[in-house]
Write a protein that binds this ligand. Structure first.
Ligand SMILES: *[C@@H]1O[C@H](CO)[C@@H](O)[C@H](O)[C@H]1NC(C)=O
Ligand SMILES: *[C@@H]1O[C@H](CO)[C@@H](O)[C@H](O)[C@H]1NC(C)=O
Length: 412
């Protein structure tokens, strides 16, 4: 089953039989002038398939196709000769001057494939704005890029395709510290980059250290970077303290940062306290091992008119200190909308502290998630739920007796 409209083609190949390829090509060909988005999900892609698709889009005399968004996800690339497959994809990419967004996500691509796609992009004349290679296995794909390489000089001498890139997603690729080192040289070629996702890659502190010169440069050059995801990167407080120091100096501060699921411990609290004086709005500190002492340190740091809008401090085992911190934060972050403080071993005494801060602040808080804490149901909860509401919905999300019985593994 597939659907096609003038602008958009989405093909879910669970339903897609080989016999239908001919039909698909006819459809693509008929719509090649107006079709701008093409997506393949759960497909088996071979080089002849790619060649056929490209052929039907580029026919009627034109040498280029009009596709803006091209995506292949949760698919497998089947080919005896992977070089020829990469070549077919490359030829599709290089014949697309309108291409803006390329997504090759969760296809089990290896480093050679990624390398080949990337060098095609370097050579092509498209102005890509979004490149998503998440959930593959491409460690080593940038190995030719280092301080002495001139690999950026494409045949025409410029790297136009990277100049316009705003979104780069490389999460879940088993990238290591050397990859981060190579990436640094590639990132400087992306002056428009706004969103960088490196989550779920074991780059460790050494990886962060090699990226620091890039952030330092970004801080001088007024880079538009707004959104950085470093969740689950096996970082420790050593690397993150260095990182936060340099991020605190950005001329245009970050909008959103995730450090979730890195074992940072309470040592990171001071650097965090300094950092959130910048105008960071969305901060994800889930599962970073703050513990009671981390929250105590955070509470002792000066808070003044913070710009925070969303904060995730879930799974930090902070106990009552989480509630004390939170009640101070609510008073000093007038734009705060949502806090996730789930799974922090908070005792029942936490609730009155948080409620009294909510009452005093009269802010914009719409949601405080307290699931997975140790406050058993009491009739007073109903009063709190009724008292603190936003648009008719309770602000507090309290542990229900059901949730309490579900064991939750919050070990980092
Ligand atoms: C990832 O790629 C490496 C080689 O680069 C290989 O040794 C490893 O088995 C691959 N891992 C998975 C999960 O496919
Ligand atoms: C915050 O915490 C919850 C887990 O309690 C998680 O599901 C969520 O994805 C986290 N991250 C963000 C950015 O909300």
């Amino acid at each position: 089953m597939y659907q096609i409209s003038s602008f958009f083609g989405l093909f879910n190949c669970y339903y897609f039989l080989l016999l239908q390829v001919a039909g698909l090509c006819k459809l693509l060909n008929q719509n090649s002038r107006t079709l701008t988005s093409l997506e393949f999900v759960h497909c088996k892609i071979s080089s002849s398939f790619m060649d056929t698709i490209c052929g039907s889009l580029c026919s009627s005399g034109a040498e280029t196709h009009q596709i803006h968004h091209f995506s292949i996800s949760s698919s497998s690339f089947h080919e005896i000769d992977p070089v020829s497959l990469a070549h077919s994809l490359a030829s599709f990419l290089s014949s697309g001057r309108s291409l803006r967004s390329l997504k090759l996500c969760d296809n089990n691509l290896d480093r050679n494939f990624a390398k080949s796609v990337f060098s095609t992009l370097l050579d092509s004349s498209c102005s890509l704005t979004s490149f998503d290679l998440s959930e593959n296995n491409i460690s080593g794909w940038l190995s030719i890029f280092n301080w002495k390489s001139n690999a950026f000089l494409s045949s025409s001498g410029v790297t136009k395709s990277l100049q316009s890139l705003r979104i780069l997603k490389l999460g879940g690729n088993n990238l290591q510290k050397d990859d981060a080192g190579n990436l640094r040289y590639v990132l400087v070629q992306m002056p428009s980059l706004e969103i960088l996702d490196l989550s779920d890659n074991p780059i460790e502190d050494d990886g962060i250290r090699s990226l620091i010169p890039y952030f330092a440069e970004a801080s001088k050059s007024c880079s538009p970077l707004t959104d950085l995801n470093l969740g689950s990167c096996e970082l420790s407080s050593d690397g993150v303290i260095l990182l936060l120091d340099v991020l605190s100096t950005l001329a245009r501060p970050l909008n959103s940062l995730s450090l979730a699921d890195n074992g940072l411990g309470s040592q990171v609290a001071e650097a965090l306290g300094k950092f959130w004086g910048t105008s960071i709005q969305v901060l994800n500190l889930e599962g970073i091992g703050l513990g009671p002492s981390g929250f105590r340190k955070l509470r002792d740091i000066r808070m003044e008119n913070l710009k925070l809008v969303k904060l995730n401090i879930s799974k930090n085992r902070g106990g009552i200190e989480t509630a004390k911190f939170l009640s101070k934060l609510i008073l000093h972050a007038p734009k705060l909308v949502a806090v996730n403080a789930a799974y922090n071993l908070m005792p029942a005494e936490s609730l009155p502290l948080i409620c009294s801060a909510l009452k005093t602040a009269k802010g914009h808080v719409q949601q405080v998630d307290l699931r997975g804490n140790i406050c058993e149901y009491q009739p007073s909860h109903d009063t709190m739920l009724a008292e603190f509401q936003h648009n008719g919905k309770p602000i507090l999300i309290l542990p229900s007796s059901v949730a309490l019985n579900i064991p939750y593994d919050d070990d980092p």
